[in-house]
Design a protein around this ligand. Structure first.
Ligand code: SAM
Length: 265
């Protein structure tokens, strides 16, 4: 299994907890009708999972994570929301411990960019998907992120992040590859698409840039960048200051491009 680049530091979780089905899985919403069964692969802290569970009630959602510790974060969110139609399981998307044709919707948000073999992962997701169901995946594409005003220290952030991810055996520019991976995994019926997150209002910009200013010095990425010899602690502090500059820029703009696929087995 590839090393999970981001880890589960509070600054990372804050970013994941902002996610909803509406801002992160809008392309799947038409398929999430009452009674549908869902597997949410790499559910993270579970805010999207909780929305999926609300939408498919009384259908059941299975939340899957790589460790009990990671799964506990989702358990807490589901309990906080008072939902009773979510099951939890530890597992690895490369080798899912479910019989063939177990779920109507097999969903993965920002997971394939972190796994060692996304084609094998998609084959497994396909195997556990029922005929007539869908496999849905959405991943960002780091090389396609765009921002204004330009800042060489943010260019360095991007270069460091992408190299850390690759050293961890993962593909940071996953969005543009989803269609290719799905076809290689054997899907012949794939609807590809794209959507963005845009952080350009003072509140959104402040939240996104503040979160990355912390992440680049405090999360697992920072430790890995230093260990891999890609940046010093001083470099990361300088990059964090660039994030804060972008946050303070009145015309500051940041967009995150995502690729999306809906695949029918
Ligand atoms: C960027 S987070 C996304 C979390 C959640 N889907 C969301 O969007 O809020 C990626 C998650 O994938 C999980 N993950 C990494 N490798 C995995 C694997 N091989 N199988 C299943 N999950 C994996 C990580 O533990 C992490 O929680």
């Amino acid at each position: 299994m590839a090393t999970y680049t981001h880890g589960h530091h509070e600054s990372v979780l804050r970013s994941h907890r902002w996610r909803t089905a509406e801002n992160s899985a809008a392309y799947v919403l038409p398929r999430l009708t009452s009674g549908v069964s869902v597997l949410d692969v790499g559910c993270g802290p579970g805010t999207i999972t909780a929305d999926l569970a609300t939408l498919v009630t009384p259908g059941r959602v299975t939340a899957l994570e790589v460790t009990e510790e990671a799964l506990d974060l989702a358990r807490a969110e589901i309990a906080r929301r008072g939902l009773t139609n979510v099951d939890f399981t530890v597992g690895d998307v490369h080798a899912l411990d479910f019989p063939d044709e177990s779920f109507d919707v097999v969903h993965a948000h920002q997971v394939l960019q972190h796994v060692g073999d996304p084609v094998r992962a998609l084959r497994e997701m396909r195997r556990v998907c029922r005929p007539g169901g869908i496999v849905a995946a959405r991943d960002s594409d780091y090389a396609a992120f765009t921002w204004y005003p330009g800042d060489p220290d943010l260019n360095e952030w991007l270069a460091v992040y992408r190299e850390v991810a690759r050293r961890n055996g993962a593909e940071p520019d996953a969005g543009r590859r989803l269609l290719a991976w799905a076809r290689e995994a054997g899907f012949t019926d794939v609807t590809p698409g794209a959507s963005v997150w845009c952080f350009a209002t003072p509140e959104d910009r402040d939240w996104w840039t503040g979160m990355w200013a912390e992440r680049i010095v405090d999360s697992a990425i920072a430790a890995q960048a230093v260990t891999y010899g890609l940046a010093t602690r001083d470099d990361l502090t300088r990059i964090a200051a660039a994030w804060r500059r972008l946050g303070a820029a009145e015309d500051g703009w940041f967009t995150v491009l995502h690729g999306e696929i809906i695949c029918r087995p």
